[in-house]
Design a protein around this ligand. Structure first.
Ligand SMILES: Nc1ncnc2c1ncn2[C@@H]1O[C@H](COP(=O)(O)OP(=O)(O)OP(=O)(O)O)[C@@H](O)[C@H]1O
Length: 307
């Protein structure tokens, strides 16, 4: 199969050995028969254009060697084409790899791609005044959007995904999160309108790191998203979300409302509220997100290899 191996030179934590690891990964994949050209991303968002150009030139598979952000970038170029997406984890959180059971060590993942199966995933799309995107794992507004906005300029240094925790704590103590309006339709067709300080729709059940349980109940197997709405005040609602999730007591949390939805809309008339998709800052409210008709085909490596 012909394609490219697109890697993010800025992802994860150990940048020094990055080039050598990527070369080893490429060598291993080529030994399995993949005809791959190795390309580095050039800036935030470049993976979409690079994938699009490679596909126009005949690429059948786009291997992404990076984290969830680079996968999200590349998705913008792959969606709507017949090219396949394959992932080698080289990010900080690697949430999608965890969900798909792809080995978390890049060389083990490369080894596992000797035998593959294909999985079609229904795409989800979201829209803000700043543009339209496809996403795979989540979209939301409120503290998560503010955190991703803040991470645009933050260095992850050696702490990797724990940097998110530091910045999240800082935001919780310093920022004022205003409530905004959320409209959604549950699977039984009933429309709901409510207010929240955080609205997060998830498609995977484990975000890893400091957020292991907060997405419980979400799954890529479902043809819907699980929407988590946190009630004000943020100083109470957000810590309780973490605490109740950690204790597996989510359903008893009076500050949390969950719903299975195919679409939702967030709007704030008075305040600037940030939005994110797949952990990337995407703009400000209003945010609309919905399941798409389109699917994307993922190449999933053999699960024989141990993580
Ligand atoms: N060449 C580049 N230079 C700077 N930033 C880049 C480059 N290529 C991609 N990016 C951006 O770097 C950010 C982080 O990328 P990525 O998700 O691959 O790594 P990560 O954040 O360490 O992993 P994860 O998202 O799994 O936690 C993303 O916003 C992506 O758009």
């Amino acid at each position: 199969m012909r394609g490219i191996l697109l890697y993010n030179p800025a992802s994860g934590t150990s940048h020094a050995r990055r080039a050598a690891v990527v070369e080893d990964v490429a060598t291993r994949l080529r030994s399995h028969g993949y005809e791959l050209e190795t390309l580095a991303t050039t800036h935030r968002g470049s993976a979409g254009d690079q994938a699009r150009e490679a596909i126009a030139n005949g690429a059948e598979v786009i291997f992404i060697c990076g984290g969830d952000g680079t996968i999200h970038d590349a998705l913008q170029g792959i969606a709507g084409t017949t090219a396949k997406l394959a992932i080698i984890p080289l990010g900080s959180a690697n949430a999608l790899c965890r969900e798909l059971g792809i080995p978390l060590h890049p060389l083990k993942a490369a080894e596992a791609y000797q035998q593959t199966s294909q999985r079609d995933l229904q795409l989800t799309r979201c829209k803000t005044p700043q543009g339209e995107r496809q996403f795979l794992i989540m979209a939301g507004a409120g503290p998560d959007g503010a955190l991703m906005y803040r991470m645009l300029t933050a260095s992850k240094g050696k702490l990797g995904r724990w940097t998110y925790a530091m910045h999240a704590l800082h935001l919780l103590l310093r920022a004022r999160f205003h409530k905004f309006q959320v409209r959604y339709e549950t699977l039984d067709g009933i429309s709901h309108t409510t207010s929240a300080i955080s609205a997060m729709a998830l498609r995977i059940g484990n975000l890893g790191g400091i957020f292991p349980g907060i997405a419980r109940g979400a799954s890529l197997d479902n043809a819907h998203m699980r929407l988590f709405l946190v009630k004000p005040p943020a100083m109470l609602g957000l810590p309780l979300w973490f605490l109740f999730s950690w204790l597996h007591l989510d359903r008893w949390n009076p500050y949390l409302q969950t719903a299975d939805v195919r679409a939702f809309h967030c709007e704030s008339l008075e305040n600037k509220v940030y939005a994110q998709a797949d952990g990337e800052w995407i703009g400000t409210l209003p945010l609309s997100a919905e399941l798409d008709e389109q699917t994307i085909t993922l190449l999933i490596p053999s699960t024989e290899a141990k993580r």
